[in-house]
Design a protein. Structure first.
Length: 290
């Protein structure tokens, strides 16, 4: 099993003036400790599950570009990009740029978007859910077309691109892997089977059933289910001195038995750095063969 770090909040103890240095220390430590992924949320306001909207929040792709310069091996991904936040052609260029400048470490994490409060607050159009999924699918199609080198016009319901030129091309072959976040059974998991290389689900009593639904979509789409990387969001709390490390290993073992290959999530006490080092020494080696 692989482990990924998500950084969901940016309230470092020293405040914004030291945030760059503190964030770099977190990323470098995670990179050296063996974390497979470093990810951030694609939100402009803090979300209610983490804190009030007024809490500090950084823009995702600027942050990942900074983290690319601070690291050398971890893959870089949003968990996940809101499809409606950026024009698809621009998003393809953004992820390509991140991939080239990071030496081929960019992933496209993407979903249909859900946070109406921040969209309304910043003047971003927030269409009904059905249209958001239509836009998500067109965005996936456009990104894949641009990464294939096909410059022919794209004509969709919501987007039209006269010449989807993408130079330089991404270093990742055949393209930056796509991770689709969410557990919607009719659309989200269908899009995973149709377009993606990975899914991300949130923990809950229906996890096994979600994987069964994904398998059925893969069968219908002619996709090899075993080639889809199954990731699950997980909060890592090993305790200040590692007293809960064994418990975390057991939790990850349960996910592995269910069929998950990767766990990505927040690390309790991440700004103290020590929990990252503990995960690197006590958790990552213990779950590597699960």
């Amino acid at each position: 099993m692989k482990i990924g770090l998500q950084i969901p909040e940016f309230g470092s103890p020293a405040g914004p003036s030291k945030l760059g240095a503190d964030l770099a220390a977190v990323a470098r430590t995670a990179d050296a400790a063996g974390f497979e992924y470093i990810s951030v949320m694609d939100h402009f306001f803090q979300i209610a599950m983490v804190g009030p909207p007024e809490n500090d929040m950084l823009e995702a792709y600027t942050t990942l570009g900074y983290l690319a310069a601070c690291t050398s091996r971890a893959k870089l991904v949003t968990l996940v990009t809101g499809a409606i936040y950026r024009h698809p052609g621009v998003l393809a260029k953004i992820v390509t740029t991140l991939d080239v400048l990071s030496g081929g470490r960019a992933w496209l994490g993407i979903g249909a978007a859900w946070n109406e409060e921040e969209s309304r607050g910043l003047g971003i159009a927030f269409p009904p859910v059905a249209e958001r999924f239509e836009r998500l699918e067109e965005t996936l199609q456009i990104c894949l077309q641009m990464w294939s080198g096909d410059e022919s016009p794209y004509r969709g319901t919501h987007y039209e691109l006269e010449r989807p030129l993408n130079r330089p091309q991404a270093l990742s072959a055949p393209h930056p892997p796509i991770l689709i976040g969410g557990g919607g059974e009719r659309k989200t998991l269908l899009f995973v089977a149709r377009y993606a290389q990975a899914c991300n689900l949130f923990p809950g009593p229906d996890l096994a059933r979600k994987l069964d639904v994904l398998r059925a979509h893969c069968d219908a789409e002619g996709t090899d289910y075993d080639k889809i990387e199954k990731t699950c969001y997980h909060i890592f709390d090993v305790g200040p001195k590692g007293e809960k490390a064994a418990e975390v290993v057991d939790q990850l073992g349960s996910l592995a038995e269910m069929g998950f290959e990767t766990a990505i999530g927040a690390v309790a006490g991440v700004w103290d750095i020590a929990p990252l080092e503990i995960i690197g020494s006590q958790v990552i080696p213990a779950v590597a063969d699960l």
